[in-house]
Write a protein that binds this ligand. Sequence first.
Ligand code: NAD
Length: 350
Amino acid sequence: MSNTVKNLVLIGYGGMGTRHLQRLQSVKEINVKGVYDIKRVKREEAKRAGYRVYSTFENVLLDKDVDIILIATPNDSHKDIAIEALKNDKHVICEKPVTLSVSDFEEVLKVAKKYNKCFMVDQNRRWDENFNMIKKIYNNHAIGDVYEIRNYVQGSRGIPKDWRQLKEKGGGMVYDWCVHLLDRILWLNNDVKLESLYANLSYSLGHNVDDGFEVTLLFENGLKVLLGVGTSNFIKLPEWYMVGSTGTMEIEDFDLNGKYVTLEGELTKDTVPIEAGAGFTKTMAPRNDGSTQEHELPKVNVDVRDFYRNFVNWIDGKEEPIVKNSEVMRTMKVINEIFKSSDNNEVIKF
Ligand code: NAD
């Protein structure tokens, strides 16, 4: 049984919406039928780029040939657009964060169930190459049993000067980035209970939304995860840093500079203390030569377009969704606790 090509309309012809359209050009399972944006100037831009443009959202809903609506509008608008689309017999792909609260997401899911439609959130960073390298080493134990992961994304340009600076629009870095970082870590530890978290959001740039955060998560298998985002960091921390019982892995950036180092021998001699600053140390002295080995980052083969293909296969009953709504719900519930922990300076125990 072959799939029929699905007709998709994009809502929101902005930064992410146009990325989706670029990617969809080479996804044969989906035909981009058109675009709608609330701003006339954006609709005109889309027309100039060769897309069929709908003049109102209602016209999209009324078009019986539209199978999928892809929502790429600011965060506060996802819920209403999703509910209208589902009620009008459309399947929905929705940008992250799915909604601004757990109860809003529950409402959306209720409508999806009632109208028997597929609803999937674009957690596209599950397809990042650097994350997949970390995932591979985490799962194959090439650095032993992993007990610490740090994932930091940092820049120095502040928060973009758009709706991301506005609280009522769902701005701030927790909704922007934490949703991605958390989704991946929870996905990696799907069946492991989260025991506690502590979060600290920063407001150092003077907006009423967070311009960065640091979150510590402790899982019941002993794994500790630190997630951090900064928008005022002129020198960046490595993006990924992972420590296991027999090795350490580092990926510096999106350009995939990095390596992992494993223990290959024994410490044969007594450690010789070294001079260090104004003191000396035995603990931090270097290892004996030959007792470790450096490795290149592992090869991974990922293609973010598999997200869209999977969605079509889900609609056609051929595959389970890659991004499950239960996983998104778990992430949204933890996001809720992250705000609470930071507001009250409190460790949250689950
Ligand atoms: P943007 O401001 O560049 O684009 C949003 C567009 O939506 C604008 O053109 C705006 O006119 C339009 N719009 C606003 N309200 C609308 C409405 N009610 N109906 C129709 N159009 C409307 O924003 P962006 O950076 O593209 O972000 C859009 C969404 O994508 C956000 O939810 C964001 O979190 C998400 N996003 C995801 C990723 C990712 O990697 N998954 C990356 C960036 C943004």
